[in-house]
Design a binder for this molecule. Structure first.
Ligand code: PEP
Length: 251
């Protein structure tokens, strides 16, 4: 089954409005509009509408990096799925390792956010991944299994049919230490098997699994050559137009 690849840029808590505008304009200028795979940008909340204005009309998708599971109300400091839809987001990153490990997001919270995203027609990009300690103690598969099971709790195959999974080993995020293509492929095969166990073969074969963790110009081609890597979620390297354009146009 053919899966359309996706290259996604997670700008995290970086860039002021002028910098975000400049980066989006440079990406717009350098993008091959006939690209066969998808490109997605995830700027910080305050830069979403600035970036949307620039990429509108281009084949670039817009995502938020996080959101509330509530639609509206007295939730000071939160941003709701309705607000994200209104501003032009089609996707939302859920359960990024920084949300889990810095802000204490649990699988229960991740599950609530996935449900809220789906209810509001936002495609979730669900992030999962093990820490270095977990990998060194042979717990990688167990962690991935638990995070997947938790995220998909009480959701039918139909509800999650468009979800995107991002395998992001915590030890590789922002560290410059990338998983080798073999390590990434191995984890992706495991994730796909778990997806099959949860919802069957059709679902597993059609669901895109992105890799994230120090993806760079130097490693994107080898990573994307792996059969079960369906794209990349890119942090640091997505902040410089020339580098991110090379990652987007991987070979
Ligand atoms: C990320 O933000 O999801 C990420 C993988 O970051 P980096 O590419 O900087 O490791």
């Amino acid at each position: 089954m053919e899966r359309k690849a996706m290259i996604a840029g997670n700008w995290k808590m970086n860039l002021n409005s002028k910098e975000a505008e400049e980066l989006a304009l440079a990406l717009k200028k350098g993008l091959d509009v006939d690209l066969k795979h998808e490109v997605l940008l995830a700027p910080g909340f305050i830069n979403l509408s600035i970036v949307k204005k620039i990429i509108g009309g281009l084949p670039i998708l817009l995502a938020a990096q996080n959101m509330s599971w509530e639609n509206k109300g007295a939730f000071t400091g939160e941003v709701s799925p309705i607000q994200l839809r209104d501003i032009g987001c089609t996707h939302v990153i859920i359960g990024h390792s920084e949300r889990r490990h810095v802000f204490g997001e649990t699988d229960v919270i991740v599950n609530k956010k996935i449900k809220a995203a789906i209810k509001n027609s936002l495609t979730p990009i669900l992030c999962i991944g093990e820490t270095l300690d977990e990998r060194e103690n042979q717990k990688t598969y167990r962690v991935l299994e638990t995070q997947l099971k938790g995220a998909f709790e009480d959701l039918s195959e139909e509800q999650v049919s468009n979800i995107i999974v991002a395998y992001e080993p915590v030890w590789a995020i922002g560290t410059g230490k990338t998983a080798t293509p073999d390590q990434a492929q191995d984890a992706h095969v495991f994730v796909r098997k778990e997806l099959e166990r949860l919802y069957g073969d059709d679902f597993a074969q059609s669901t895109r699994i992105l890799y994230g963790g120090s993806v760079k110009v130097e490693n994107i081609d080898q990573l994307m050559a792996q059969p079960d890597l369906d794209g990349a979620l890119v942090g640091g390297e997505s902040l410089k137009a020339d580098k991110f354009l090379r990652v987007i146009h991987y070979q």
